[in-house]
Design a protein around this ligand. Structure first.
Ligand code: HEM
Length: 222
């Protein structure tokens, strides 16, 4: 991954300068640095332990992937979420009523607990992520031999080293899982409907050990 980002001209240009700038900045403002990235109680010693073994390239590859993975996806999700509400005024009114009544109960404070209670908002945005998943597909590399069941009842042997594309958008639009898939319908994400579907029929954040690291942040902030 690091070599990939080094190969991207823009990051190659910005990356090293950025690291030098941050390194100088942090040595003068160590306290601020620790507050930004480390939980309370971490010492400078544990900081050097954390970063030992990583090269500059490793660090800026991680920083740039956070930027690339977190920025465009979130802005796309927000844009399409708002679009869905704009063209479905009935859903928009229901979302607004829910937000108003939950905020009233929480003295107008948009806290974590208040957001947890906005279940219809969650359904409305989940449906927008179904119809317009910012990551349209994921590409994985097969690391163990696998027999993939085929629709005709046979199996297809996937060999180690084979790139495998998981077409998220196509899965989200499969009428077998989501009847009338082009229709925007937040009710698809009621607790009952969610439970009755295949676990992997809805994957806007991927699944498994490489699942989106920002998923929880996104769910809270929406
Ligand atoms: C609506 C917003 C977002 C969507 C739809 C989204 C979607 C995804 C998807 C589909 C993947 C691939 C998962 C896989 O391969 O199994 C992914 C990976 C990732 N996402 Fe997000 N993402 C979003 C926001 C964010 C944010 C805000 C951050 C950072 C704060 C972030 C950080 C990452 C990282 C670091 C990975 C790579 C994880 C790994 O390879 O181990 N994402 N995201």
């Amino acid at each position: 991954m690091a070599s990939f980002f080094v190969g991207v001209p823009r990051f190659q240009y910005v990356g090293p300068d950025f690291l030098v700038y941050r390194a100088n900045y942090f040595s003068q403002n160590e306290l601020q640095y620790r507050c930004l990235i480390l939980p309370q109680g971490f010492s400078t010693q544990s900081l050097s332990f954390l970063i030992s073994g990583f090269t500059d390239v490793d660090i800026y590859a991680q920083a740039s992937t956070f930027f690339a993975d977190g920025y465009e996806t979130s802005s796309g999700a927000m844009a399409f979420g708002l679009y869905c509400l704009a063209v479905n005024p009935d859903v928009q009114a229901k979302v607004r009523d829910e937000v108003d009544s939950v905020l009233k109960k929480h003295d107008g404070q948009l806290t974590f607990d208040a957001i947890q209670e906005m279940t219809y908002l969650d359904m409305a945005l989940s449906e927008a992520l179904r119809m317009y998943p910012p990551a349209m597909a994921m590409i994985k590399l097969c690391t163990k031999p696998f027999k993939l069941p085929t629709p005709s009842g046979g199996t297809y042997e996937v060999e180690v080293g084979t790139p495998v594309v998981l077409p998220l958008y196509a899965i989200h639009c499969d009428p077998q899982h989501f009847p009338d898939p082009k229709r925007y319908d937040p009710e698809r994400f009621s607790e009952g409907n969610k439970q009755s579907r295949h676990r992997y029929s809805y994957l806007p954040f991927g699944e498994g050990p490489r699942m989106c690291l920002g998923a929880i942040t996104v769910i809270i902030s929406r």
